[in-house]
Design a protein around this ligand. Structure first.
Ligand SMILES: *Cc1c(COP(=O)(O)O)cnc(C)c1O
Length: 432
């Protein structure tokens, strides 16, 4: 399988090249040249398949023979060694919990899959790869954890100072070894801009192989389609039309869900739920895409003003607004509404949602107010304990700290402070 650049001015890349490059030389995102639906029997018998088997069938065509089948299976087994439960909390409303991995955010699956792919590919080259990644919260921890100790790969993580939670910061600054954290005096958008600039810096590229572990990387982005298939497997017997509400920031997760749909998975509709960073909800209202600077919110992993993957979603629908509009709704919610939802869900059902999941819940309810006769699933993308202050303060209760989090609480933070691109460049040149 080849991947082309959405800017159409770069050569086609193999899966391996797309993973190693991250972004195409013309700055475009890579997109698979074809998406072939899976046979109907796959969906007819999905409940009899293991998660690993489902994932293998779904991703095989994109990886093609660049990773042998037995190796790909082994990778998927390791990546998917935890649960993805669907829990019904109200009539026709369920939550899909994606936080049972090592860093308790849904990004664990993509980060681990990419780390394994890159580890596999780097065995056949002598060149070290440097993974450069900007995080608004959870990417950093998931990438640090997924890549820790992977031979031939160095990881540099940029995060906005003071704008990630204490637990998130510890998860990305305390591991050491091949992982370096850079604390940026700025916003997530500043971090992302610096990373994008680095990928175009001929000076740097002469000296090192740089790649991205943000969801622009196909190995981070595509495995996220597994979640939707795992949910379908669990809910199929209800015989109802499914609606997924996805708390969205860079729109990688929801876009992967739409790839699952292209593979033939029956879905009635997607809802992209956002906080006040509402570039996409505005687009769905006006048809005009107007990126803007990001605003800090209590659902900080979604504080994105110019979502990188939205262009992939538009492309999936051939840039046809009406076709997209039939399949996607998008709503934005304030922090106050989000806190209200956390309270309401807890009060009515006893379920503790994190701020991102709560935004997903709100989007789903808004859709279901207009469209009935469907079964709604909102994605709980992080464990509530990762946003401890907000959740405890909102509910007036204390949360138990799970083992995965306890492990990092006592560790010492190590980060290098930087404030501009030249500091990043100097760091990379010095340490590669
Ligand atoms: C990254 C993240 C999101 C947003 O996911 P995208 O794929 O960027 O849209 C939502 N919730 C949590 C907890 C996250 O970490």
């Amino acid at each position: 399988m080849n991947f082309y650049s959405l800017n159409n001015e770069a050569p086609m890349a193999s899966f391996k090249e797309a993973v190693i490059k991250g972004i195409a030389p013309d700055r475009g995102l890579y997109f698979p040249e074809s998406i072939t639906p899976l046979p109907k029997t796959f969906f007819d018998t999905i409940e009899s398949l293991s998660n690993t088997a489902i994932a293998f069938e779904a991703i095989r065509q994109f990886v093609s023979d660049e990773i042998p089948d037995d190796k790909l299976n082994a990778i998927l087994k390791e990546v998917l060694d935890f649960e993805f439960p669907v829990i019904t909390i109200e009539e026709n409303v369920a939550v899909l919990e994606l936080f049972h991995g090592p860093t308790m955010a849904f990004k664990d699956v993509g980060a681990r899959f990419m780390a394994h792919c890159l580890g596999y590919f780097s065995k056949s080259t002598d060149n070290e790869v440097t993974v450069l990644v900007a995080t608004s919260g959870d990417t950093g921890g998931a990438v640090a954890n997924g890549f820790l100790g992977v031979k031939g790969v160095k990881v540099v993580i940029l995060y906005p100072s003071g704008k990630v939670s204490d637990i998130q910061e510890r998860q990305l600054t305390t591991l050491g070894k091949n992982i370096t954290a850079l604390e940026v005096d700025g916003t997530f958008d500043d971090c992302q801009k610096m990373v994008k600039t680095a990928f175009l810096d001929a000076d740097l590229l002469k000296n090192m192989q740089l790649t991205s572990a943000n969801s622009i990387n196909v190995a981070r982005w595509l495995p996220q389609m597994f979640y939707f298939l795992f949910a379908y497997k669990q809910l199929k017997s209800l015989g109802k039309e499914l609606v997924f509400s996805v708390p969205s920031g860079n729109f990688g997760n929801i876009c992967a869900g739409m790839v699952a749909q292209k593979l033939g998975m029956p879905v009635r509709h997607f809802v992209a739920s956002t906080n006040v960073n509402d570039t996409v909800p505005q687009f769905m209202k006006t048809g005009e895409y107007k990126p803007k600077p990001s605003t800090a919110t209590i659902s900080n992993a979604m504080d994105v003003g110019d979502p990188s993957n939205f262009i992939r979603i538009r492309h999936l629908f051939n840039d046809n607004f009406d076709a997209l509009n039939k399949n996607l709704s998008s709503f934005s919610f304030t922090d106050e509404e989000t806190r209200g939802a956390i309270k309401k869900i807890y009060g009515m059902t006893g379920y503790i949602a994190d701020p991102h999941g709560a935004v997903g819940y709100l989007g789903l309810k808004k859709y279901q107010k207009v469209y009935e006769n469907n079964y709604g699933v909102f994605l709980e993308t992080a464990h509530p304990v990762k946003f401890l202050d907000v959740v405890e303060d909102t509910l007036g209760i204390g949360l138990d700290i799970p083992y995965q989090i306890q492990k990092v609480m006592g560790k010492e933070k190590k980060a290098i402070k930087i404030s501009n691109y030249s500091a990043l460049k100097a760091h990379l040149l010095q340490h590669h």
